[in-house]
Each structure stands twice: as C-alpha cells, then as structure tokens.
Design a protein around this ligand. Structure first.
Ligand code: ADP
Ligand code: SF4
Length: 668
C-alpha cells in the first residue's frame, strides 16, 4: 500500500544542530534492563528499531563516572575505552539503517546508592542516597569542578563512540534537576539561590558539552517544564528560553513521573500536551516529547499543531519497533499498539532485560535471534490444532500460520480472547484488549488459519479431528479455596456460597458488604474492588502486602492504584489475610501478629492464585499424537506477557531440532 500522503510530514528530515534526523520518529532514551552488561543484546535491539524506521535511537541513561552507579538497576556507562567500544557497537547498528544514535549522559546525585563502585555519592545537598539508609555528600566547589570535568570527558567519549546526539540530563530528579530544585538545593554559594542561580551548573555543563562536541554532535536537553508540585511554569519557561542558545533539541516532560510513564489504567495517550505545548514557541528550538503515541493521527496532529517537531516514543517503539515503517508503507492497521501495561518497565525495575506484552521478541533479538517482523518459514508444512484462543493460543496460531502451517484454533467461548474478554471490561483495562484485537486482525489476513468458536474440546473430540500436532492453551482458573502465597492449604470455611470467583464478578450484581482479598498483589484485585465500589457495594480491600497492588510499584502504578481505591471510599486493610468466613462476616488476621477481627461480608472475592487447566493435555498424553504441547496459563498461570511469549516461542521452535540461545558476557 502506498503511504497516505497526509503522513508525509512525519517523514521529513529535521535538522538538530549539526546533524539531521531522517524523519520525525524519535526513540527517546529509555531503560532496557540491559545497560553496559549486555552490549550486544542492546546494540541488536536498538539496531532493529532503526531498521523499523525510528530516525533517532537513543540509549538509556548513561553514567558518566563511577561515582554515579545505579546497581541493582542496569544502566549504560561511558566510563572508559571499553565502554566506548561497546557504545560504538550500538551506534554502528543504528547507523547501518541511516538513523541517528544518541545517548543520555547521567549522574544520579542523591539517586545513586553506588553499591557497585562504593564511591560516596555527590549531590547539591546531603540526603539519603536512593533507597538506602546512608547519605550522599554535599558537593563543595572542587567536587563541582570535578563533576564538570567528568561530564565533559564522557561527552568526548560519546563522540568518539560515534554518537550523533548527546543529552544533558536535567530531569527525573537526577543531579542537574536536584540543583534546579529549590528544596534539594539549599546552597548559599553561587550554585544556589534563585532558579536562574540554581541553573548555573546546568548552564555550565551545557556550554562545556557544546564546546567539547557541539561541532559534530547535537546537544539535547531533557528537562521538566514544571517543578515537583506541578507549578512554576512561568519561571521554568523563562529558564528554558534562557538556555535555548546552548541547546539543539529540547526533550521535555513533567515532574510527575507517574503521569509521564503512566500506565493506560490511569493515563491516556498524549497526556503531556497541555503541559509542554508552549516550549517550541518559547525556545525556538526543535522539541520532542512523549505521550505513548500509537495512533498515526495523533502523531500527525501533534506535529501539525506545532506542539512538537519529533514524535517521541519509548513504549510504542518497544511494542512495535517497526511502527514508522508501517506508517510509511500504508500499513497503519499492522501497528502492534502498546497497551500501556508497563511490564517493560517492571522488568527494568527488577534488574532484568525488558520484555513486552505485545512484542514477545523484545529482548530476544540477539539471544534467540528473534526479529519482530520476520519468522522463518517452516521446512515442512504441518497441520496443527490449538485448543484455546487466549493470548497464548492466538499468538501461537498466528505465528505458526505465518510459518506456513495449517492451523485450527478451537475455543469453548463465543468469542476468542480468553481471559482478555473479561479482564479488559474491568475499570481502566480496556486498552489491554489490543493484545487480542491485533492478533485477531492479523489472523483474519491469513488463509491457512481458522478459529472455531463455541467449540469446547474433550479428548475424544481432539482425537476425532485426526490432526497430528496439538497445542493445549486452555488457560487457568482462580482458586476459590484461598490457597496462594499466604495459605498453602485450602481454607475449609471458604466453601461458602458468598465466595465469588474473579471471573464471575462482572456477571454478578453485588450489593452490600463486599470483601476483596488480594494475595496476588497486581492489578486484578484492585480493579475488581474498583468495579464493585462503582456498582455501589461497600468494599473492603484486604491485602497480605503492605500496600494496594504492591507488585505494581514496579509498573509505576502502585501510587495511583492505592489512591484510586481511597478516592472511591474503599476501606483498605494492609498486611492482613482473610483467614476464614463466619456467618455474615469475614475473619481478617494481621499478617504479623495473627490478631483477628471480623468485618461484614456479604460477598468475598479471593484473588489469591490459580490452577492451570491442564486436564485436556494430560488426557491426550500417550494417544499417539505426533506432538503435544501445553503452553500459557494452562502450564503455569502467569501474566499476559508470559502467555504471549509462550505462544510465540512454541511457534518459533515448532519442528526445529536445534534451538540456539546465546549467553552474553560484557565485551571490553
Ligand atoms: P492463556 O492466557 O494461557 O492464553 P486464557 O485463559 O486467556 O489462557 O485462554 C484460554 C482459553 O482456552 C479460553 O478462551 C477458554 O475458553 C479456552 N478453553 C479452555 N478449555 C477449553 C477446551 N477444553 N476446549 C476449547 N477451549 C477451551
Ligand atoms: Fe507497552 Fe506493555 Fe509493551 Fe511496555 S510492555 S511497551 S507498556 S505493551
């Protein structure tokens, strides 16, 4: 398909200081959980983004000196010649496709605990270092001079590595932002005082970076347009204008990271626009900003209305590294849209390479040789039956069909989608349906795959079909007996008509006192509590963790999830277990002391753990099938990301005798 000419503007080259981006698609610096430890994994992944049409591809935050490390969180580094060589591999991979490569020079200040280097962290004032109970040192004027030298040296190494865009990083509460912050910078020397005085170090670093590398590299500034309390817009605008002569590109955001990085449950596409719309005019320089943009129309609107020069993306480029190419080729309907689940971020936060719910190849480009748009055609065409059309079955079916196999998917439900069909009807989760819808749309384009709905398969039905290869992707069910991380044995009193399965919540009117017991710690229990509260029930949310949706701290959603329940008047009880039911009440035990109390309970929804539905697979074993596989939640109940990955991997490895998984060790 030819490109829709309306989108031509997105493919115009744009000058950024001494370099020119081939188009307006700009992958902003984003964490990968790979950092300096996985240079080939990183270079291959970034190279694929360039191949997919991103005109500028940046690294994650890149430490300039050992006195700023973020261990256990993976970060890039430009400390020495070894780092230069590794960084050059990334730059080469990006240049191969005509894109610009950039890096974001980083110094943590109060946000470095320096577990790796054991150096004392340095900051404008002494505060606890990151999450640790020790503090960083207040920089004296010699420290500041040294810091400037380290920054300049790292900028020179960035240029040596062949990078085209080098960031001065004054956002996200790292050191240059700490100097700007009136609460963190209480200095009485020339680096403290009014905002313009607090910006002295930033101005010096910008000037020195420009002086060192500005002839060949663009100097980008990542900065917030407001301050911690969301205010100070006019003052900040004045600051941005004053810095503009030193800057080739403004990468702008806001101080509220939970909005910038907001999950789709709480924050919608393009949410930064009202905050950053003035920056282009105020600075007269090119501007990039993010907004989880996946709609070409929204991107077009942003550029046409003069909000930004570049469409900034982290998550959309993770979910679909080929997003720009798809627009360019008139294939907008093929874009694998980010669902805003922040599972990518959760893995970086867990010190692991990022993975993606929508894009199972993310992080596997080098290790397994997976490409987001290419899959090897099978040497021999086979017939495959998949039982279950949830995320695992749909992904397996789509990819097997793309490999050329003859695929049938049978599902008991009236519509395909499995768990997505009910979960995405819970408050805030609608965008997650893209996992189902993208796959169904792609399947509809192929002639060698068919989905049979309303088709519950017993073992004999499977055997009657005579299809030699069977994949069982029958999903899982939430346990009703209380078993999970807190209770290993069933709770006898849970055998009670008031127990309501999570799967049945949407189909069951609930009034009166409802208790949701969250032993799972992610999105489901809070979303159910929210749904019930919105239906008018008096909801008590009890969790064995210390906060609502504790695991979603890793997805940057915990704060908002907790606040949402409080706003809705839900009673929140933390560090507690629903240890039993008695007539009219639930028994709540303190997780520490075991002390019990009773709360009214007309309904109790246990969100504890699940049983994989593997009975069909077991019944089919030994029946002479050519192959039989059990995947997804049926094998090990997990997140949607795990199910999609399991389906994808099954398809990649189906019929392959040799599967190579490379292990990376840092190059130097
Ligand atoms: P996953 O996340 O692993 O893909 P889901 O629970 O989302 O799992 O999907 C499993 C799907 O399998 C559901 O749509 C369910 O209707 C279907 N299913 C379960 N058992 C059978 C069966 N015996 N025959 C056909 N479909 C089944
Ligand atoms: Fe988007 Fe989720 Fe993929 Fe992250 S993991 S890029 S939020 S779909």
């Amino acid at each position: 398909m030819p490109r829709d000419s309306r989108f031509d503007i997105l493919f115009e080259p744009v000058k950024i200081g001494p370099v020119t981006a081939p188009n307006r698609f700009y992958q902003v610096p984003h964490c990968t959980g790979m950092g300096y430890q996985l240079p080939q994994t990183l270079a291959t992944m970034r190279g694929i983004k360039a191949a997919g049409g991103w005109g500028v591809v940046n690294t994650e935050y890149c430490s300039i000196h050992p006195s700023s490390d973020d261990v256990p969180h993976p970060f890039a580094s430009l400390w020495d010649e070894g780092d230069v060589r590794n960084m050059a591999a990334m730059a080469d991979a990006v240049h191969e496709h005509g894109s610009l490569a950039g890096t974001e020079l980083w110094y943590g200040g109060i946000r470095s605990s320096n577990n790796l280097s054991r150096e004392v962290a340095l900051a404008p004032s002494s505060f606890p270092a990151a999450e640790s109970p020790w503090q960083c040192a207040k920089m004296d004027l010699d420290d500041i001079r040294r810091f400037r030298g380290w920054h300049r040296a790292a900028a020179l190494r960035a240029r040596q590595a062949g990078l085209d865009v080098v960031y001065v990083y004054a956002a996200h509460t790292y050191i240059l932002n700490q100097f700007l912050d009136r609460d963190m910078n209480t200095r009485t020397d020339e680096y403290g005082g009014t905002l313009m005085q607090r910006a002295r170090l930033l101005r010096e670093v910008l000037a020195e970076t420009r002086d060192a590398i500005g002839d060949r590299c663009a100097v980008a500034l990542r900065i917030e347009v407001d301050n911690e309390d969301g205010g100070g817009l006019d003052e900040r605008a004045e600051l941005l204008a004053s810095l503009a002569p030193l800057v080739d590109l403004f990468d702008v955001t806001i101080a509220d990271y939970s909005q910038e990085m907001g999950g789709s449950r709480f924050v919608k596409e393009g949410s930064l626009e009202p905050h950053i719309a003035h920056v282009r005019k105020v600075t007269g320089k090119p501007v990039v900003s993010v907004g989880r943009f996946t709609s070409p129309e929204t991107m077009l609107g942003q550029v046409k209305r003069g909000i930004v020069d570049f469409i900034g993306a982290a998550r959309p480029s993770i979910a679909d590294p080929f997003l720009p190419r798809k627009i360019s080729e008139g294939r907008e309907d093929d874009i694998r849209e980010c669902i805003g689940c922040n599972i990518c971020y959760a893995h970086n936060s867990s010190a692991a390479a990022i993975r993606c719910t929508q894009n199972p190849t993310m992080g596997e480009e080098w290790r397994r040789g997976w490409h987001p748009e290419q899959i090897a055609v099978a040497k021999q065409r086979e017939q495959v039956l998949i039982v279950g059309a949830g995320p695992a079955g749909l992904e397996a079916g789509l990819m097997l069909a793309r490999r050329g196999h003859e695929v049938k998917i049978a599902d008991a439900g009236l519509s395909a989608g499995g768990r997505l069909n009910w979960e995405t009807k819970l408050p805030g989760l609608a965008e997650w349906a893209r996992v189902r819808d993208w796959r169904l749309h792609q399947i509809s384009k192929l002639s060698n795959i068919e989905i049979f709905r309303d088709s519950r398969m017993a073992p004999e039905d499977v055997m009657d079909l005579g299809i030699p290869h069977v994949v069982v992707a029958t999903g899982s069910r939430w346990r009703l007996d209380g078993r999970g991380r807190s209770f290993r044995a069933p709770i006898a009193s849970y055998a009670d008509a008031r127990i309501l399965a999570p799967e049945q919540v949407l189909a069951t009117p609930v009034t009166g006192a409802a208790v949701v017991f969250d032993d799972d710690h992610y999105y489901l229990a809070p979303a159910i509590a929210e749904h019930l509260a919105r239906q008018g029930a008096q909801v008590t949310y009890v969790t064995s963790a210390g906060k609502v949706a504790a695991w979603s701290e890793l997805t940057a959603e915990q704060h908002r999830a907790h606040a949402r329940l409080l706003e809705l008047g839900v009673t929140v009880i933390v560090n507690a277990l629903v240890s039993g039911l008695r007539p009219g009440v639930a028994v709540v035990s303190c997780a520490y002391s075991g002390a019990t109390r009773e709360i009214a309970a007309d309904r109790v929804v246990p969100v504890t753990s699940r049983d994989g539905d593997d009975a069909l697979c077991h019944a089919l074993k030994g029946n002479g099938l050519a192959s039989l596989a059990l995947i997804g939640d049926a094998r090990a109940p997990g997140l949607i990301v795990h199910a999609v990955y399991a389906g994808h991997r099954l398809a990649r490895e189906f019929g392959e005798a040799d599967v190579t998984v490379r292990r990376e060790r840092p190059l130097c």
